[in-house]
Design a protein around this ligand. Structure first.
Ligand code: MLT
Length: 330
């Protein structure tokens, strides 16, 4: 038994604490397919991660988990819909650090509160990002791109998955750390942005390293830098971390997880959480994720309650970041 499988088995036992809630609802649930809303276009990183996890969790539950894509406004449209959905255990939101962490600091008129309107169910593994350019790009390194952006502020444009998406946030962080000015070009998800990057319609883009991998390996785009602190020799040989070049200490990864509308029965949440932990006990699956560069989390992050605490801490963190940088979208 691998170390992770053993740790997950211990956590499954720990979940019993959460499931002390009344069992009547959980026995009947799920009596029909469950929907997870992905608030981006199909085919992007959030969609791919959600489909993979939904498949494994659905098998544990003995019921289908359907993915519904509701894209737009950096994930905030889909998140707002789930916040108002019936809290009956059949609609959930796949959330990430953009609209569920930074969202409240960026959008003045957000229609939901990530902490007050949702129950955080469990956190997915994290994914670092990769800086990509079209095949025809003159930039072979991040340093070349930074030098060109310094000479012509605003001229280089960066595709992203929508205002406040992680591809947008990380590009903004990159801009601020590098002391450059680039022009963001928002799409309804990373998948349509990637199509335009391949076609050379945009100059660059940060994308999740796992979903970008087939595009890079297939020779459709070039990877020039990583946002992980460490190199990723298995997935991206010869691609340096930004931290190894002119941006020491630069580190970023996207966090994701599953949220329920506030008030969803506690026994449903406990059953769902236990199904996820059981799925994570599949060593072949976790190895496959690790092979793609997906970062499995320290065991404490899988415990009941840990994801709610993480979400609240991230909302606070981004409030400080946005206030310091004076960022607001509407
Ligand atoms: C993001 O940049 O926020 C995600 O990559 C969006 C997506 O999954 O399409």
């Amino acid at each position: 038994m691998s170390k992770l499988v053993k740790r997950v088995a211990a956590l499954v036992a720990a979940t019993a604490v959460w499931s002390l809630a009344p069992q009547a609802h959980a026995q009947a649930w799920p009596a029909k397919p469950v929907t997870w809303v992905v608030p981006f276009a199909a085919g992007g990183p959030t969609d791919a991660m959600a489909r993979d996890i939904a498949d494994k969790v659905g098998k544990q539950l003995g019921q289908q988990v359907i993915i519904e894509n509701i894209g737009g406004a950096g994930g905030t449209i889909g998140a707002g819909k789930v916040a108002k959905a019936a809290a009956d255990g059949y609609t959930f939101l796949v959330g990430h650090m953009g609209y569920m962490g930074a969202g409240p600091s960026l959008y003045k008129k957000l229609t939901y509160d990530p902490v007050k309107d949702f129950d955080a169910v469990f956190r997915f593994p994290d994914t670092p990002l990769v800086l990509l350019v079209p095949k025809s790009s003159p930039f072979k390194t991040a340093e070349e791109l930074i030098a060109a952006a310094k000479k012509a502020p605003g001229k280089i444009n960066f595709g992203n998955a929508g205002v406040g998406s992680t591809s947008h946030l990380i590009a903004a962080l990159f801009e601020s750390k590098a002391g450059i000015d680039v022009t963001p070009v928002p799409y309804k998800g990373a998948a349509p942005a990637m199509n335009d990057l391949i076609a050379g319609q945009v100059d660059a883009m940060f994308d999740q390293s796992n979903t970008a991998l087939p595009q890079v390996a297939g020779g459709r785009v070039n990877a020039i830098a990583l946002t992980s602190l460490q190199p990723m020799p298995q997935q991206y040989p010869n691609v340096p971390p930004l931290a190894a070049g002119t941006l020491p200490g630069f580190e970023a990864a996207t966090w994701y997880g599953l949220y329920a509308p506030k008030g969803t029965p506690k026994d449903v949440l406990a059953k769902l959480h236990a199904a996820y932990l059981k799925a994570l006990g599949d060593a072949q699956w976790t190895k496959k994720m690790a092979d793609q560069g997906i970062q499995l989390l320290p065991e404490a992050q899988y415990a009941p309650g840990a994801f709610a605490a993480h979400t609240a801490a991230e909302v606070d963190k981004w409030r400080k970041v946005a206030a310091d940088a004076n960022i607001q979208i509407d």
